[in-house]
Design a binder for this molecule. Structure first.
Ligand SMILES: [Zn+2]
Length: 405
């Protein structure tokens, strides 16, 4: 009798979730981002296990529900610079929590051109963050933008010329080792000496290769694509202001079907017409929204000193006040979602896919970017007011990490 009761008792406890710890199921309701239909999503063990329609007599939710946003290019946030000399685990935690408020459930901290020592040191810091029990789930990897980019003014953008260099595999592997294999995306210039075999080596290690800050010719870009490059980083930026109307890097990257594009759709870095044309050429499936935000993003608007220069942070962009020119991006990608809909007349579903699903796809993050049974329960609840996405709740792996008061 004793032997019989115990298993029955245990299975009863399991079925009501008392012994299963994290595996207790929870539900969340919202209007599905694809068609606005009211749904209830059941989550268990950090995953989505079921999506069901709400009963017709249920009270309708007032918020949309969508997969969490994924930002594959972000240089820093809330005063934390991922390439800065003061990067620490505590600082990365603060930046991650601030990004949760903006609906970003996963992001690739992006380290840009700097000294060998700085890159190694900061990737080691990021590797700690990736393993951190509190924020690690939101950091699926890192983006290295540079130092293997064009040294030419205009194309190199804000990257420091003195640290730009041609790619060397052994050097890169030192970064990858410091990063505990966390580097998932590399942006480089295909015309740099040795870049094409370097691309092949990266792709063989399952690292996504993006072309950016470059002045590659049509034939070089084609070679890079044959070698496995699959993305054009912030198309239309990282490019000189004056370019040849026939022979420039834009046309071949737009015409090459194998290349997806990432775009800074903050309303400052590209005109609405550029965004619309680029999106028409590539379509939703090949377009990814990025913030490319600098460390000042998320802070109070006002004047700041960056490097040795005075910059002004407005709510959505950073400028050099003396010349009134752009100094960097500051809009989280939730703002890009609303801008994309306004600039291209795409649907909410398409805009969200460009800010989540396509990002997961290009990096082969199979557990992210969709609302589907078996995917990780990374979700956002939001409203759209005056064309702007406003986040109400952010869920990472089934846990509410941000809730608007
Ligand atoms: Zn860049």
């Amino acid at each position: 009798m004793k032997h019989l009761i115990l298993p029955i008792f245990t299975s009863l406890l399991l079925s009501i979730g008392l012994l299963s710890g994290q595996n207790t199921s929870t539900t969340i309701e919202g209007l599905l981002f694809t068609d606005g239909s009211p749904v209830v999503i059941t989550m268990e063990g950090g995953e989505i296990i079921r999506i069901a329609s709400l009963p017709t007599d249920a009270v309708l939710p007032k918020v949309f529900i969508a997969p969490g946003l994924i930002d594959i290019q972000i240089n820093g946030y809330m005063g934390v610079d991922f390439t800065g000399d003061e990067l620490s685990l505590e600082a990365i935690r603060a930046a991650t929590k601030a990004l949760w408020k903006e609906g970003v459930t996963s992001f690739l901290p992006t380290i840009i051109t700097n000294t060998h020592e700085r890159l190694k040191h900061n990737f080691a810091q990021l590797a700690q963050a990736m393993e951190d029990p509190e924020i690690g789930k939101s950091i699926p990897g890192f983006h290295l933008e540079g130092p293997y980019i064009s040294p030419i003014s205009g194309f190199r953008g804000a990257h420091l010329e003195k640290h730009i260099r041609p790619p060397v595999w052994t050097e890169f592997m030192e970064y990858q080792q410091a990063a505990k294999n966390g580097i998932k995306l590399v942006t480089l210039a295909p015309e740099m000496e040795g870049a094409i075999p370097f691309i092949r080596q990266l792709v063989a290690k399952d690292i996504t290769v993006a072309l950016g800050h470059h002045n590659g010719s049509a034939s070089t870009i084609r070679e890079a694509v044959y070698a496995g490059a699959s993305l054009a980083t912030h198309l239309g930026n990282g490019c000189a202001n004056m370019i040849n109307r026939h022979h420039n890097p834009l046309w071949p990257q737009l015409s090459e079907d194998q290349l997806s594009i990432s775009l800074i759709v903050d309303g400052f870095h590209l005109t609405p017409e550029e965004v619309r044309s680029f999106h028409k050429a590539k379509g939703t499936k090949k377009t990814i929204l990025i913030s490319d935000a600098l460390d000042l993003a998320g802070l109070e608007p006002g004047e700041y000193i960056r490097g040795e220069r005075k910059v002004v942070l407005t709510p959505n962009v950073i400028k050099f006040p003396a010349e009134n020119v752009l100094a960097g991006a500051a809009s989280p990608i939730r703002l890009g979602v609303g801008n994309m809909m306004r600039f291209t007349q795409c649907s909410l579903q398409e805009a969200i896919e460009m800010a989540s699903t396509q990002a997961a796809e290009i990096l082969n993050l199979k557990h992210l970017g969709e609302i589907k049974a078996g995917k990780r329960a990374d979700l956002i609840l939001f409203t759209i007011e005056n064309g702007e996405v406003n986040i109400h709740k952010t869920i990472v792996a089934g846990e509410v990490v941000y809730s608007r008061k």
